[in-house]
Ligand binder design. Structure first.
Ligand SMILES: Nc1nc2c(c(=O)[nH]1)N[C@H]1C(S)=C(S)[C@@H](COP(=O)(O)OP(=O)(O)OC[C@H]3O[C@@H](n4cnc5c(=O)[nH]c(N)nc54)[C@H](O)[C@@H]3O)O[C@H]1N2
Ligand SMILES: Nc1nc2c(c(=O)[nH]1)N[C@H]1C(S)=C(S)[C@@H](COP(=O)(O)OP(=O)(O)OC[C@H]3O[C@@H](n4cnc5c(=O)[nH]c(N)nc54)[C@H](O)[C@@H]3O)O[C@H]1N2
Ligand code: SF4
Ligand SMILES: [Mo]
Length: 885
């Protein structure tokens, strides 16, 4: 295949849904003069007429924020009239200058009214009716008092029978951008404070974003490091992005989008994007797109480094001074012979294969001549900013891919200098606002599992330990990831779980079903209530995950609360937002602070939970207290007025101290150097067990070097698998933040859920742009529209992740041969209907972008069915709700 450069104009667009035209509707509404706002329980209040500065006779304009987990964080000015949000205005402070920029909300934040006033909003506490199964959606509306009394009783009972390590706080990022309503990390959530007072809970390490890379870091750089910030690319001769798509994943106008485009415009730095897709970032910033098969970056990198070494273009001085493991002269004592990266390249290692560009090309799909050319260009551009997004590591053996990209930055001598970088994701400036609310109680349990292991811990917790499932002990505060203690000979120690997870608390999370993986299998495990006995979900929406819960508690949204939100923009600007409550809590919703306070009272822990302070007391204290370390910060009262506070702290140059003096400032690896060969990984590899709970698969291996590993359902298996020959990835998508905003019709119309398919693959299957297709494997089947586009490498399909799982009985479909008729058909198009729960080897993390499947054109009439389901609310009113009052 050719390395190609596309212009955005060549993208074919499928026909959008035609049943309703929300965009047209909103266009008309905006042209009408005067104000009319009415709230109904179903649907957004209708608003007419507003100019850029909003509606003239609104009662007030309130600083609020969009705080979902897109990695940006945007202030919103909500105009309120008669207790209703009638208009959403963007930031009107700051300038167009880098470091002082306006933080303009993206298309999602601007449509937040459609989330506040959404038909899916949860209104009252609900309980699964006695005698019905999880997922049957037979709900009883109950009072808050009854809900919290029953939950407290069940908690006491579970604690008596299993102890505190049977309690789990589910991964959830819907409000991670808040302080008092924070949803992640678990130990920074109100529920954690309550559970700590109650005796503790089983914690998790890492996150769904970065499980593999988080565990790759300790064995390479010793700890998590960022790369330099994007504004420092002004000092670079070349920018290389591996699976990094900030234009779509950091969409805020004040954020990475602004910074990257500003630098590109001002400095014209040549930018190479390595991605299976011609991403939005390729469109906006890319000078060259290098289409790579998913999961094969480590092979591409080995091929490039082979050329660099062959032509002596690598930075040997950097490798000698700062790294261990590149060549045989720089290995830890006691390492076997020919275990260095150079030996691996030269075919002297265990596999006996030289990592020539031809070898790499066969795996990754980039022509050998291009690999040679890219190797020369990247090595000769001094300095070069090499970054990775988190797509490359969200794969089976993504740990090695992450380390391979770090390695490329090291071989070219880039860490620790302006214009260079570490090969990690870009750094950013932040403000140090913190609260003691979450640190007053320490979790009495020291055990920790991977964020992705909770279904295993429900299913077979007491059999899990460090070696077979990555159970670990908590690292020191401030350190991310898993700690595996080692003895004096650097041999790992084993830690076991004692009890299964029996109670799951899920807040601002749709990870019970939609966001974890293998939706159908997740449902199967959750349906067995002898396993997990209590599932409590607090959300603003009636989500897929709510459907499989025992108690569903209606939460308030950001517009119904006040809070602090830390911002990050990939550049020199540090900022934070103080939001104000714009409207009264809708229906019977409550904030998570109030829910936990009332639950604490039922457990006789109210005083411990609140510490005798109100939510506002805690927040005021957090902000005013942070001024002791950083006196430039505004006071709580000042910040409430100004909404957003920003300042220019200059570019981030990561590992500068280490670069300047590695003896005085060693990295926290055992050797104090960057470890290209990791002795700890070599030792772990001997102790690690695969195949205990599920069959061991290709790629389940720990290697001391950042080698390419051929994995299950990877690019090489795709060739052998006649039934499921296509690789499937699920990129993060502008229409949603995961599943959040996934039920906003305006956004659904503007950004239709489609499966990206290359014309070569489409033609071979008789599929035209806009056709309805099945995408299926043995784990499940989705039905959605095809987007036939040269913007994706042949052999790969991308289904944007986060769409709402909508399973329908497969008997109602004409399933293609080879699809699993035992499982339903998901007409919502959730890529997690296809993904696997098989964890990555070291981190036990998400392999979300490692999937094989087949695509076939769907039967006549399928398009109509998809359209019918597309805008249908998921709401509880359509489920079997019995109302007591
Ligand atoms: N609009 C929007 N923005 C978001 C989110 C969202 O849902 N919507 N989610 C937010 C969150 S929580 C996170 S963690 C981040 C996620 O940010 P990322 O993890 O960086 O996002 P992805 O889309 O998974 O991957 C980035 C790119 O990697 C590519 N890719 C996939 N596999 C490979 C591979 O093997 N090699 C290479 N070189 N590229 C590969 C994808 O095509 C994609 O373009 O985004 C955040 N921002
Ligand atoms: N296949 C595949 N799966 C993936 C990924 C992938 O790339 N591919 N990416 C993974 C990543 S990186 C992540 S971070 C996870 C994200 O997974 P989740 O953290 O589960 O993210 P969301 O789906 O956005 O769910 C957030 C929930 O919070 C709720 N919420 C939003 N705002 C509020 C609020 O103000 N109050 C309350 N009470 N609730 C609120 C929303 O309604 C929503 O149900 O998904 C992961 N899943
Ligand atoms: S989704 Fe992200 S970029 Fe968009 S408004 Fe919200 S915080 Fe800002
Ligand atoms: Mo994420």
């Amino acid at each position: 295949m050719m390395t190609q450069t596309l212009s955005p104009g060549t993208t074919a667009q499928p026909h959008g849904p035609s049943r309703r035209t929300f965009l047209k509707w909103s266009g008309v509404a905006a042209g009408v003069a005067g104000l009319a706002a009415t709230t109904t329980s179903l649907g957004t209040p209708k608003v007419a007429a507003a100019d850029a500065e909003g509606i003239a006779d609104a009662d007030r304009t309130v600083w609020s924020a969009c705080t979902v987990n897109c990695g940006s964080r945007c202030p919103l000015r909500l105009q309120v009239k008669d207790g209703t949000v009638v208009r959403v205005l963007p930031d009107n402070t700051g300038t167009d200058e880098l470091g002082n920029q306006q933080v303009r909300a993206c298309v999602r934040g601007r449509s937040i009214r459609q989330r506040i006033y959404n038909p899916d909003r949860l209104k009252k506490p609900m309980k699964r009716k006695e005698g019905t199964k999880r997922g049957e959606e037979q709900w009883e509306e109950i009072s808050w008092d009854q809900a919290l009394t029953e939950i407290a009783e069940k908690m006491k009972d579970i604690k008596n029978r299993y102890g505190n390590e049977a309690f789990y706080i589910q991964y959830g990022t819907g409000t991670l951008g808040a302080v008092m309503s924070c949803s992640w990390p678990p130990n920074n959530t109100p529920m954690a404070r309550l559970l700590n007072a109650f005796g503790g809970y089983l914690d998790h390490y890492s996150d769904y974003s970065t499980t593999a890379i988080t565990q790759a870091y300790p064995y390479f750089y010793g700890t998590w490091v960022n790369s330099n910030s994007f504004d420092d690319v002004a000092n670079s001769k070349l920018q290389v992005m591996f699976g990094n798509n900030p234009i779509e994943t950091r969409m805020s106008g004040g954020g990475h989008t602004f910074v990257t485009q500003n630098i590109k415009r001002e400095h014209g730095v040549r930018t190479i994007i390595i991605d299976p897709r011609y991403s939005e970032t390729s469109v906006a910033l890319g000078d060259e797109w290098v289409p790579v098969r998913p999961g094969t970056d480590a092979a591409l990198i080995a091929g490039m480094i082979y050329v660099m070494v062959e032509e002596n273009l690598h930075d040997q001085a950097f490798l000698d001074k700062y790294c261990l493991g590149f060549d045989e002269d720089h290995m830890p004592e006691g390492a076997p012979k020919n275990a260095s990266y150079r030996a691996y390249l030269e075919g002297k290692g265990a596999d006996g294969v030289a990592k020539t560009p031809e070898w790499a090309s066969d795996i990754c799909g980039v022509p050998a001549a291009d690999i040679r050319r890219l190797a020369r260009e990247i090595a000769n551009a001094k300095p070069a900013a090499i970054t990775q997004g988190w797509g490359p590591q969200r794969h089976a053996n993504g740990e090695n891919t992450a380390r391979a990209i770090f390695l490329l930055a090291c071989v070219t001598g880039n860490p620790g200098i302006p214009g260079g970088g570490t090969g990690a994701r870009e750094g950013a400036r932040g403000l140090g606002v913190g609260t003691s609310f979450y640190s007053e109680f320490v979790n009495p349990s020291n055990k920790i599992i991977s964020c992705f292991s909770w279904l295993d811990a429900i299913d077979h917790g007491p059999e899990m330990n460090t070696f077979n499932a990555g159970v670990g002990v908590k690292p020191e505060p401030g350190v991310r990831g898993l700690k595996i203690p080692v003895d004096e000979n650097m041999q790992p120690e084993n830690t076991s779980l004692e009890v299964p997870i029996k109670a799951v608390f899920q807040y601002a999370s749709n990870s019970l079903v939609n966001q974890t993986g293998d939706n159908n299998e997740s449902v199967r495990i959750l349906e067995d209530e002898s396993k997990c006995e209590l599932i409590v979900t607090t959300d603003i929406m009636y989500t897929v995950s709510a459907r499989y819960s025992d108690y569903v508690l209606p939460g308030t949204s950001t517009s119904e609360e006040f809070d602090y939100h830390a911002g990050a923009n990939g550049g020199p600007m540090a900022y934070g937002i103080v939001s104000q409550q714009a409207i009264e809590p809708m229906y019977e919703t409550k904030s998570i602070f109030d829910i936990c306070t009332e639950l604490a009272a039922k457990l006789d822990l109210e005083q411990e939970f609140t510490g005798g302070k109100s939510r506002e007391d805690w927040l005021r204290e957090a902000i005013n207290g942070s001024r002791e370390d950083d006196p430039a910060l505004p006071t709580w009262d000042e910040w409430k007025e100004m909404g957003i506070y920003r300042r220019n702290d200059g570019p981030v140059i990561t590992m500068k101290d280490f670069r300047e003096d590695p003896e005085a400032n060693p990295v926290p690896t055992p050797s104090g150097k960057i470890e290209i060969y990791s002795e700890r990984l070599a030792n772990l590899a001997k102790a690690w067990e695969f195949g205990v709970f599920r069959p061991a698969l290709a790629g389940d291996v720990l290697t001391p070097l950042p080698e390419f590993v051929a994995t299950w359902e990877g690019a090489l298996e795709a060739r052998e698998n006649a039934d499921h020959p296509l690789q499937v990835i699920g990129h993060h998508f502008k229409g949603r933040t995961h599943s959040s905003y996934g039920n906003v019709n305006l956004l659904k119309e503007a950004h239709t859920q489609t499966a990206w398919l290359n014309p070569i693959d489409a033609e071979a299957r008789g599929i035209a742009n806009g056709d309805a297709v099945y995408v299926f494997n043995e784990r499940g089947t989705v039905q959605l529209r095809a987007l036939v586009t040269p913007r994706i490498i042949p052999g790969t399909v991308s289904i944007p992740q986060g769409a709402w799982y909508k399973p329908l009985p497969s008997a109602d479909f004409s399933l293609p041969a080879g699809a699993n008729g035992e499982r339903p058909v998901d007409v919502g198009g959730s890529v997690n209907t296809l993904t696997s729960l098989h964890p990555t080897p070291l981190a036990k993390g998400l392999p979300s972008h490692t999937v094989l499947a087949q695509v076939e054109k769907a039967e006549k009439g399928a398009l109509e069915r998809i359209e019918a389901a597309y805008y249908q609310p998921y709401n509880a009113d359509t489920a079997g709700v019995s109302k007591e009052d």
